[in-house]
Design a binder for this molecule. Structure first.
Ligand code: HEM
Length: 407
């Protein structure tokens, strides 16, 4: 068996978490205790890795996404290093019913597959423009030049974020989803978040004066209505959509392209059969898990789970990545197979909090892979695999750079 490292923050784990996750999944015990860092604190947590258990627990009413159901604001503040933590949690992802449904319903129509399909031509245009800019280059960082800008341009246009401010959003969004270590980094993160909030407040005021045809204007109008969402919820909803739009599909394109480059026979198959792109994207979601480690929940009460005593407020991590490689659920799970037919992966989660942006992420990445591979069929990795650098995040798995040769 490969070496097992279970330090979420270690470079070994970031480089390849799968041996560790498989190790836990194959143990007799179905739930594992570990600690997670929160600033200078270590918080006791639980990890669940088997597919059936993860899916079952995502619907279990004894666990919640809503931290305010299990902790006072004071306790949250003590456990966390984020001063404006409400900015992170006053949204659908961290709420239970009835607030969850109320918040989700305010934007769900925009993300319906039919509405998203209407963006196809524009997304193809963005992808073509980005690829045009690579014509004169041979060595390219596929993250910086393609995987990062594509989804950012799309979500920024949908939201109504002016082009001149997009670089700043990228910095804020990235900082909010990275692990801050030490006082200096924590202080910097808190100051970024304050600037982020301040910017959003300004843009909200602007949209109140002159509404546009964009998501921010739509939500500002809903907030003015008074019943549908509060000012804090508005800010937090914008935060969630911006971060989800900036940090997820980027990694599906980056991790997915890396996986294809590491499996040239699969890349070749996709090049020869572009009609396989839909299935290929599902397989890359399962295999590379852009939301890699786990999604978290809190115990609403004391209870016994798989023989362990869980206390109210304990954090329970449900590992999507481990579940997506569970051999009891997937045939040959360690094999990348873009023609896989039976593929009920849970890379977009499961149940009530199932990813709202899934149709958008699917469309963006299908276009991104197809356009890139058709335009540059000889694309190759331009770095030793050992030199690849991964982002330092607890939630997302993504590369900081993906050097490739296009010809
Ligand atoms: C490959 C890309 C993506 C992946 C892998 C992904 C994954 C996920 C997962 C796993 C969840 C559930 C989290 C949980 O249960 O704790 C989720 C929720 C969510 N995602 Fe995504 N996501 C992606 C792209 C996007 C995009 C592009 C958007 C929108 C801009 C988006 C918006 C959301 C929202 C709003 C939720 C919360 C839904 C709710 O609580 O009802 N996601 N996503």
């Amino acid at each position: 068996m490969e070496k097992v490292v279970f330090d979420l923050y270690s470079p070994e784990y970031q480089e390849n978490p799968y041996p560790t996750l498989s190790y836990f999944r194959e143990q007799d015990e179905r739930i594992h205790e570990f600690t997670i860092k929160r600033g200078t604190n270590e918080v006791k947590s639980w990890l669940v890795t088997r597919y059936n258990d993860v899916v079952t627990l995502m619907k279990d009413e004894r666990i919640t996404k809503d931290i305010l159901n299990v902790m006072s604001k004071n306790e949250i503040q003590q456990q966390n290093y984020i001063e404006e933590y409400e900015f992170f949690i006053n949204n659908m992802l961290f709420n239970d019913p009835p607030d969850h449904g109320r918040l989700r319903s305010l934007v769900h129509k925009v993300f319906f597959p039919r509405m998203i399909e209407g963006l196809r031509t524009r997304i193809e245009e963005i992808s073509t423009n980005l690829l045009d800019q690579l014509e004169t280059k041979t060595n390219v960082d596929l993250m910086e030049d393609y995987a990062v800008p594509l989804p950012i341009i799309v979500i920024s246009e949908m939201m109504g974020i002016p082009e001149k401010d997009r670089n700043q959003f990228r910095i804020w969004s990235n900082a909010s989803t990275s692990v801050a270590n030490g006082d200096e980094e924590i202080e910097k993160l808190n100051s970024y978040i304050k600037d982020f909030i301040h910017y959003l407040e300004t843009i909200i005021e602007e949209r109140k004066q002159s509404p546009q045809d964009d998501i921010i204007s739509g939500l500002v109008m809903a907030q003015e209505d008074g019943q549908k969402l509060s000012k804090k919820e508005l800010l937090s909803m914008l935060f969630l959509l911006i971060v989800a739009g900036h940090e997820t599909t980027v990694n599906l394109i980056g991790n997915g392209m890396l996986a294809l480059l590491q499996h040239p026979e699969q890349l070749d198959k996709l090049r020869k059969h572009p009609e396989l792109v839909g299935r290929a994207v599902e397989e890359l979601l399962r295999f590379t898990n852009p939301v890699e480690f786990a999604t978290s929940r809190y115990a609403l009460e004391d209870f016994t789970l798989y023989g362990k005593e869980i206390k109210k407020g304990d954090m329970i991590f449900l590992s999507l990545a481990a579940a997506n490689r569970d051999p009891k659920h997937f045939e040959n799970p360690e094999k990348l197979d873009i023609t896989r037919e039976e593929n009920k992966h849970i890379a977009f989660g499961f149940g009530m909090h199932y990813c709202l942006g899934a149709p958008l992420a699917r469309l963006e990445s299908q276009i991104a892979f197809q356009a890139l591979i058709q335009r540059y069929p000889n694309i190759k990795l331009n770095v030793n695999e050992k030199e690849l650098k991964w982002r330092h995040s607890e939630i997302f798995r993504g590369l900081t750079e993906l050097p490739v040769k296009l010809r």
